[in-house]
Each structure stands twice: as C-alpha cells, then as structure tokens.
Design a protein around this ligand. Structure first.
Ligand code: NIG
Ligand code: FE
Length: 395
C-alpha cells in the first residue's frame, strides 16, 4: 500500500495528551500514514516533512491549512432493518408521544425483508456515514427477535463491521406477549447460541416497556458466559435501573442516560462504564437533552453516538451530534469532538481508533474548514472533504 503524507494541516486533533485540551491540538502539522497505520505525527513546515519523508511511493496531500481529526466512532446504531417509520415521526410531531412500542412495526418490516434488500440498505447507510466522516460503526441486532431473524441480522451486520451487538432483548415480540419468561429463556439460550459467533457485544433495553433489571442482568450474564461483553440501553424514557445494572456488571457503556439520579452519576464516575449520549433521540422525539455538562464535571467518560434507527433517531450524522452536544447539552467544542471520536473508542474498548498517534489505525477526516469548531458552528453543512479508513482514502 502506498504511504500518504498529509501536510499543511492548520489544526490537527490528536486526542493525545495535552493538559486542559482534550483534543491534544497541534498547529501547522503533518501526518504520515503507511500500511494502514499512522507512523508519524508532528508540527512541522511542509517543506521539512516532505524532505524528511522523501520516498517516491509516498502520496502527498496538501491540507491547505484545513483541519484534520480522527474519524468519528459511532458506538451505537441499529442499521439492519426493513421499512421506515416516517408516519410515526409525523404523528409524533403532531403530538403523539414516543414509546418503545413502535419497535414492533420495524420488527415486522425487517422479518419481511430479504437478505439482499437488508444488505443493500446496510451498504447505503455505511456509505452515507463514511461521507460524513464516520470510520467505525457499531451495529446492533434487535429487529428480528426470533432465533432465525436475529442470527440473520447478526450475520449481515458482521459483513460490514467487527463491532456487532446482540440485542435480542430489545422488546418482547408479539408472539411472546403473554410469556415474558419464555422469551428471556429464548434470548439467553438458543438465540444467544446462534448469534454469538457473529457478535462481540451483548445489549439489553432496560426500561419500562422493555426489560426489568432482573431480566436485563440475566441476559447480560448469559452473554458474558458465552464470551460476549456487556453494554446497556438505559435511562432513556425515565429514571430507572439501567445505569446500576450496567455499572454492576462492568458494562463497557450505558447508552441514552437521559434521566439520571445523583446516585447514577456517582456510580458512573466511580466506574469504567462510559455514558454514551444519543442526542439524535431527544432531537427526534422532542425529549429534554441529557445534561452532558453535569456528567463531564462529575468525571464521567462521555461518548456521543447517532443511535441511527428508524424510530427514535433516523440520522447517521456525527457532526449533527457534535452540534447538538455543544448547543443543547453544555459541552465545549473540544469535549464534544473528543466524545465523538476518543469517547466512542472508549465505549467500544478500542485503543487503536479515536486518536491520531503512531501505531493507531489511519482513520482520519479532513474538513473543508480551518477548525473542528465549524462542525458545531455550521450545523447541517457538509464539511467533510476527505476520509481515510485504514490508510485508504474512501471519500
Ligand atoms: O435506541 N431504545 C431502544 N431502542 C432504540 C429505539 C428503536 C426504535 O424506536 O425502533 C433506541 O432509541
Ligand atoms: Fe439504541
């Protein structure tokens, strides 16, 4: 693979070191990538680095003073599904409140869709995300809810990412409406057995209308026993036990965190569990935003993700999440960009992504702007000029 030297970077977000600057910012910087990895990063005049790395096989990119940052790490999505719920959205905007019940209509549409259709849609979403600067994506099952359909979604997701999450415990499907215990047995037994070979993570929606704390613990413990690592959907629609369950089981992340008690925040702050905030949900359901400022001030590690799904947040835009976190949730620009890159990497327990340093994967975004601030300052404007994934330019 040809090496690539990116010079003349006006503002480089490394996310490494630097007291008081979570983004570890370098000015007038250059990055050399080779073999899919970053091999050198520094502040240097373009002419210095060019002569230092003079190799005929090195492709040169002049960033012309623009900003470069790590590719976005979207650590929470539900991308394998059939149909959409535009009608539900329209009704919500006319006053019908969001409830998790809509998930069942996507389950019906997903079961009815063939593999090729789901694969084609998935490829479309991955492409849409790449063009917006996302280089790593986690994908959950959870719209199949039968053994065969959950396995199918896990298999299709594994075709496009290593970060697959088994979410058989999303809601109780209609055919088990009178038999909760029977469904939890199915999830913890045959469904887990068939999905585990394709998955790294196990997740559960721990909320009124979905699964109780006891059911959630059973599902997560079964997943862990089968070699998966736990993460949790919790505290989305109301205060509840999601955070306590997640922290108690050493989950990598608890996601949503919209309604938190002081005890929840203290538990998170004293743990390694990341709070993954999903402001596309509050935007799309007209709910109050989570208080990211309070979390960061308490010492909680915060990630931002899109939660891209047809019900509560049908957007794949990490720049939008950054803009919302800054405008509505009290984060500084640097904190929000960190949360959408390094924070996502922490939520996936990955040390090889989310930063720009020697040895890390060469996943980078070049903005058509002089600084990362423009991601929040110019909401809705497509600012991604180029994207490298594993050292290969993909946009
Ligand atoms: O993360 N909270 C649970 N699951 C999804 C919603 C899925 C849906 O409404 O289809 C979420 O918001
Ligand atoms: Fe979700």
């Amino acid at each position: 693979m040809t090496a690539t030297l990116i010079t003349n970077i006006g503002e480089l977000t490394t996310n490494v070191g630097a007291d008081g600057d979570p983004c570890g910012t370098l000015r007038d910087a250059a990055v050399l990538i080779d073999g899919g990895r970053i091999v050198w990063v520094g502040e240097a005049a373009a002419s210095d680095v060019s002569s230092r790395f003079a190799r005929s096989t090195t492709e040169r990119v002049d960033a012309a003073g623009r900003a470069v940052l790590p590719g976005f790490v979207d650590a929470h999505t539900h991308l394998v599904f059939g149909g959409d719920r535009a009608g539900e959205f329209e009704a919500r905007m006319a006053g019908t409140p969001y409830s998790a019940g809509g998930i069942r209509s996507t389950v019906a549409a997903t079961r009815a869709a063939g593999d090729d259709e789901l694969r084609r849609r998935l490829a479309g979403f991955i492409d849409e995300m790449r063009r917006q600067g996302t280089t790593t994506v986690e994908i959950k099952t959870g719209y199949g809810l039968s053994v065969d359909d959950e396995e199918r979604l896990a298999r299709l997701a594994a075709e496009v990412t290593d970060e697959v999450t088994f979410l058989g415990a999303h809601v109780i499907p209609p055919e088990y409406a009178g038999d909760r215990a029977g469904y939890v047995d199915l999830v913890c037994g045959p469904m887990l057995e068939r999905c585990a070979p394709f998955a790294r993570w196990v997740d559960v929606f721990c909320e009124d209308g979905a699964f109780t704390a006891a059911e959630a613990r059973r599902v997560l413990e079964a997943g862990v026993a089968r070699g998966l690592e736990p993460r949790v959907h919790g505290n989305q629609l109301a205060a509840g036990p999601g955070v306590a369950v997640a922290v108690g089981l050493g989950a990598a992340s608890v996601d949503h965190c919209t309604y938190l008690s002081d005890t929840d925040i203290a538990l998170l702050a004293a743990s390694d569990t990341v709070a993954t905030l999903l402001p596309g949900v509050e935007f799309s359901t007209r709910q109050p935003y989570p208080d990211a400022r309070r979390l960061v001030d308490a010492g909680v590690t915060v990630a931002l993700a899109s939660d891209c799904n047809p019900g509560s947040s049908f957007t794949s835009s990490m720049p939008l999440m950054i803009a919302l976190a800054v405008r509505e949730m009290g984060l500084t620009v640097a904190e929000a960009v960190w949360a959408a890159t390094a924070g996502g990497a922490r939520a996936l327990r990955r040390a090889d992504i989310g930063g720009i340093a020697p040895g890390m994967r060469a996943d980078l975004v070049l903005l058509d702007a002089p600084s990362r601030t423009h991601l929040a300052y110019r909401p809705g404007v497509p600012l991604v000029a180029a994207v490298w994934k594993d050292g290969r330019q993909v946009v």
